[in-house]
Design a protein around this ligand. Sequence first.
Ligand code: SF4
Length: 193
Amino acid sequence: MDVSRRMFLKTTVIGGAGVTVFGFSLAPVYAQTQGLKIARTTETRSTCPYCSVSCGVIIHTLGDKAKNVIPQVVHVEGDPDHPINRGTLCPKGASLEQDIVNERRLLKPQVRRPGATDWEDISWDQAYSEIAQKVKKTRDDTFVEKDAAGHTVNRCEGMAFTGGCTDTNEFNYLVVKSMRSLGVCYLENQARV
Ligand code: SF4
């Protein structure tokens, strides 16, 4: 059969619907092609971090978890068993793989000092240390024991905390306990927005 380029493209499109001019369906071939991409992956269920809808996603990772093997995320799709999105994702969620596998993704803490124009790489230990010092100083400087009417309030008005929709219940429990122990009263979460 003489197949022109136009006919081949037409056949390809029609084949996806299960009928071709060749007389056989290409649908199983397409299905197999889709299957190959995730045939050897590990599935990890997670939550899209982009907005408060919190759609469920399945992250497909290649790698047999052997020592010295770096896992590679190869595909992210909506979780059909998730009650919120039932397998669907908006364009932002559908591009999640690019959020994970991206040469511009930050892998270490950075700080931009007052007056500086560039970001500076710092170690995690240094980041923790500097954050702890600033939290201590801010709390000391802004802690209020009594309000204007003389009522005991014991609150820190100089700090606020906001969480994300991917935070677990356990994490949020610890956050609230920690922040309340510091007297922080401005607590918010993106999942409420
Ligand atoms: S997939 Fe879209 S709608 Fe769902 S949580 Fe992500 S950004 Fe929000």
